[in-house]
Design a protein. Structure first.
Length: 431
């Protein structure tokens, strides 16, 4: 298993480009299942989750061509879907495989998708996806670890889902995306209330609209989708990754550096930018795709609560905690989206941070001088938090299980080295 070795203490300076958004590329690639035509997806980040998604589509008999994988451009064509199945072997490595359920139900009216289990950050059920599909006429059974879903054949209508009025009890990002894709080919209108408003949802809507879908309400919590009989091929460039951009902003700020983040969309970073400014970080937005972060000599503590977009993203919580360890005073972090998303806190404590966790609340007292040691990454964003902690720690930090970070950050070692960090990937024997 690969590890990262970091020698902390260097201020990061220079310019670093952001890759395409993993959480946008995943539903956009799954949406290619909705048509028999060719779909071209560009600006896909070269990360493990997208390789898994391409394998999953290929398993279903879609033709996926990308030259060498991982790639930033994929051509996907699914004239027929002979295996409407997402097998356990692929789903276990990527929960977002559930994003194939909506398109499969819409296109062929049957699907067998392995139930994504819990993960390090909590139970993560998909009950809301299933309930909504049932409202649209799907019959769903779960047994032996699989979701078996089908729509009964109905004369000339075939196995077609029906539009429905769906109110999500809780806001769910991939749930919203699954239902958008399912409803795009359903008979009649679907109204989806309490929908997620994340930029990645809006990006999927733009792509579906280019394929011929009739959707309105982008960026709001009520989406209306009028189902059409067929969708066609298109080309789509995914939006920049706002979580990667936010991670670099924190890296520039907490190393007392000066980082310019390019190829990003600062308009998607509102809550993170506001919080960093409150902590004393100097932020400059020079244009629609560039943002610069300069560290303050002294960072100030600031409380944060994770929320759905446009609030402060749960996917930035671990990185913000790393910054809070360096800020003067007490920062209270409240995690409202996931039940168990503080596994990085105990690793930061081993590095010398003063953090106490009580249920959904973490209290961080700073500033603390962190010192390098061996730490374990537990999930994707937790790993990013540990990398940031390592950048300011004295001595060497060795981060184990970095396969988590490889799921979602393209070339993080190279990008950080490019702006002065002393970080290297260590290949362990047997990996
Ligand atoms: C997506 C993102 C992930 C991010 C998360 C929250 C992708 C591929 N992943 O995950 O990076 O951290 O949004 O912003 O886009 N829930 C239920 N029942 C359901 C669905 C969700 O109870 O059927 C709960 C979850 O357990 C969680 C909350 O709702 O507590 C939000 O989860 P959700 O928005 O669905 O997260 P994902 O879409 O899995």
């Amino acid at each position: 298993m690969d590890k990262f070795l970091i020698k902390g203490g260097k201020a990061l300076r220079g310019s670093v480009p952001v890759s395409g958004a993993k959480n946008s590329a995943l539903p956009v690639m799954a949406a290619a299942l909705l048509t028999a035509d060719k779909v071209v997806v560009r600006n896909v980040p070269k990360v493990r989750d997208l390789v898994t998604m391409s394998k999953l589509l290929a398993f279903m008999d879609a033709k996926v061509s990308a030259g060498t994988v991982p790639a930033s451009d994929y051509e996907i064509q699914a004239p027929r879907l002979n295996h409407a199945e997402a097998p356990y072997e692929l789903v276990k490595t990527m929960r977002a495989s559930i994003l194939t359920l909506g398109p499969l139900m819409a296109r062929v009216g049957v699907a067998r998708v392995s139930l994504p289990g819990g993960c390090a950050i909590g139970a993560r059920p998909v009950d809301l996806h299933l309930k909504a599909l049932e409202q649209m006429g799907a019959e769903i059974a779960t047994s032996h670890g699989y979701i078996d879903a089908k729509v009964h054949r109905n004369g000339s209508r075939g196995r077609r889902l029906k539009g429905a009025h769906i109110v999500f009890e809780k806001i769910t990002v991939t749930g919203t995306e699954n239902i958008l894709m399912a409803a795009a080919l359903a008979e009649g209108e679907t109204v989806l209330e309490n929908a997620a408003r994340e930029p990645e949802v809006t990006d999927l809507i733009l792509m579906l609209r280019k394929m011929g879908a009739e959707i309105c309400g982008d960026g709001t919590s009520t989406l209306r989708i009028r189902g059409v009989k067929e969708l066609h091929g298109t080309e789509h460039t995914v939006i920049p990754d706002r979580i990667e951009a936010g991670t670099f902003l924190v890296a520039g700020a907490m190393t007392d550096g000066d980082l310019t983040i390019t190829n990003c969309q600062p308009k998607h970073l509102g809550a993170v930018i506001a919080k960093l400014q409150q902590a004393g970080v100097q932020i400059e937005i020079s244009d629609a795709t560039t943002v610069r972060a300069r560290g303050a000599k002294k960072l100030a503590a600031a409380d944060v609560t994770t929320e759905e977009y446009p609030g402060f993203a749960t996917d930035m919580q671990a990185q913000y905690m790393a910054l809070a360890t360096q800020a003067e005073g007490t920062s209270v972090i409240t995690e409202t989206i996931f039940e168990n998303r503080y596994l990085h806190a105990s690793e930061m404590v081993r590095m010398g941070a003063n953090i106490s966790v009580n249920g959904r609340e973490a209290i961080v007292r700073g500033p603390a001088q962190l010192s390098g040691t061996t730490v374990q990454a537990s999930d994707l964003r937790a790993s990013a938090g540990l990398v940031l902690a390592g950048l300011v720690a004295t001595g060497e930090t060795l981060i184990d299980r970095v396969y988590h970070i490889d799921r979602g950050y393209e070339g993080i070692v190279e990008k950080l080295r490019g702006v002065g960090a002393q970080i290297e990937r260590v290949h362990s024997p047997g990996s």
